[in-house]
Design a protein around this ligand. Sequence first.
Ligand code: FER
Length: 248
Amino acid sequence: MQNLTIMDDGIQLRAILERPNLGRCPLVIVLHGFTSSKDKGHTVAACQAMREAGFATLRFDLYGHGESGGEFKRHTLYQWILNTLAVIDYARPLDFVTDIYLSGHSQGGLTAALAGGMAPDRVKGLILRAPAFMIPRCAREGSLLGFTFDPKRIPEEIQIIKGLTLGGNYIRVAQTIHAEDAMDRFPGPVLLIHGEEDDVVPPEDSRAAAKRYQNCQLELIPGETHHFDRCPEQMKTVIRDWLIKQPK
Ligand code: FER
């Protein structure tokens, strides 16, 4: 286990690299969700499953989250995409790395999907857990996490959960994003995992994405929630089984 600081245009991104063995192997770069961090239990558990399948993991805190730099209020999907591209740039030359996969939960899953569509030449496959494909649609409709606004008159800031404030530019950026373009641009293998009892991001979004991606396996987990905390073993088994099938 190695603690890293990866720089993205002056911002420090804190990361943890863990390898399954001392040999060469593929690496999964792992993104957390909105207001979460690289150290959240279900993200750590997902990484464990990846290493059990022989893949190294690099989980990191995104802009304005966890131990990384940047203000929460100023974070946007664009910053998260650029963070992800910077971590890919960091990881590519590492001597043990054969291929790079991206994985993310919720807003991090959306970000991984968007970065994958931008860099299909560098990203071998995607593992998306409850990806929040709804965020751009909600920003266009004027409703984020129960906060409603006129989508044509974007507020300076909005108060969201946990006493946190989100800046208007988060909404501006989200309104212009069309995740379907990123899906169409990614020909590689995709694993989509969604809890059937997720009441934050609808499983229906993953059903639609699974139809749109060219090469996708959809796993809907009965009884599971947005945070995969009811039966983490089911999520881990799905990840492990899918990664073991990937050509090394
Ligand atoms: C939203 C729905 C979901 C939203 C954020 C999320 C900011 C992200 C959830 C997560 O990453 O867990 O409307 O608005």
